[in-house]
Design a protein around this ligand. Sequence first.
Ligand code: AMP
Ligand code: MG
Length: 450
Amino acid sequence: MISIEDALQQLLAHVRVLPEEQKHPLQALGQVLAEDIAAGFDLPPLDNTAMDGYAVRAEDTTGAAEASPRELRVIGEVAAGYIFEGAVGPGTAVRIMTGAPVPDGADAIVPFEETDEPFTRPPSGAGSLSGSVHVLKEAAPGANIRRAGEDVREGEGVLRRGTVLRPQEIGVIASLGRDHVRVIRRPVVAVLSTGDELLEPGQPRQGARIYDANAYSVAALVRRFGGEPQLLGIAADTVEALTAKIHEGLSADILITSAGVSKGDYDIVKDVLAREGEVAFWTVAMKPGKPLAFGTFERDGRRIPHIGLPGNPVSSMVAFELFGRPAIMKMMGKREWLRPVIRATTTDRITNAGDPRLFLARCIVTRRDGRYYASLTGSQGSGILTSMARANGLALIPPEVDAVEEGAKVDVLMLDWSLGDEWGSWTDDGAGDGALLPGTTVIGPADGSV
Ligand code: AMP
Ligand code: MG
């Protein structure tokens, strides 16, 4: 039996970071930047107003107050996206809208709220306007002006190679005028289920056969973590069927199979894997998910890694979590794939007596009165996939611990921060409990799943 750490280390040693590609920024969400990005111009490009109001010379407003308004002659107006062709001279003002460049001569913006705002219509680009406005409050020089380059200066480095692109980075890239970006490619992940007993969802039920769950849970995980799943379908337990499907999978960047790797198994899967490539069959010190195959196939001078997950649906998901997810994230150029682990009070007694493996117990973590509680989500049999569906974490029970008593602390590897997000119906049992936004509950620091 080998440890989870050993297995992961050996496996990752055979997994390479993929080549770069050019992408539209929006298609690159969750990918790793493969270039340094610097600003080609100041952002914002010009001094502009942060408020709707009047561009004025601050000195013209000295002493202005409700009781002693300062009257200024309005000489024109300017909206965002336009430039006012003229200058604000003594005793004059230009009506200005948020984002519009500050006209020459002006050094402060007086918001509408601090004037008697005589005009009611929306501005039309840049143009002339006649009349006058009364300023009701003194403006300091620079008031409500956003300076050119205050966000980023021309030439300044903005994003570094290696950054994982989140929505905010994608917005920054767009703000620099870029419609393409170099990133590390997403892996194409071939997903294959094996077993005579399996049926494709959608097919009519048949006697002793069961529907293929693993291909779907695994492909969904692949997609969640940024890979592109390629479903190969089901290989029957024959040499020919398996060999053909494996060959089909070798055009991908990595092959993930499920089932056929445990000790008592019908040996065809193992035989075919061993014949087609190099493969090791490991007994990993984890529960669920003990049997694991790892190997590589050669194809046209490329080495394609293969992870053989156990067949039981929970085991295959948990083994994917511990081995498949890091492999995919490494291929995408990511250097961080640790999940947040939180310490919670268990509401159940969790036993792991006499088992020399780490027990990853399916549980649901909730927060009440500022504390995290972990409750088992039902039977821990490795075939009980619905208890995975009710879980948002895996409680980690070390091999040397025989039992964690009810009320004791347990570390939980969080798979999701909430089930509510995905179900659209978060039960707000922590209402008002430190939450900054109405209707939200503080769960903890969110870890980007991409
Ligand atoms: P095996 O590793 O082939 O011995 O399979 C272990 C258990 O997992 C058996 O009960 C299989 O029927 C079940 N199993 C294998 N593959 C799948 C799958 N793709 N979906 C659901 N159950 C599966
Ligand atoms: Mg089987």
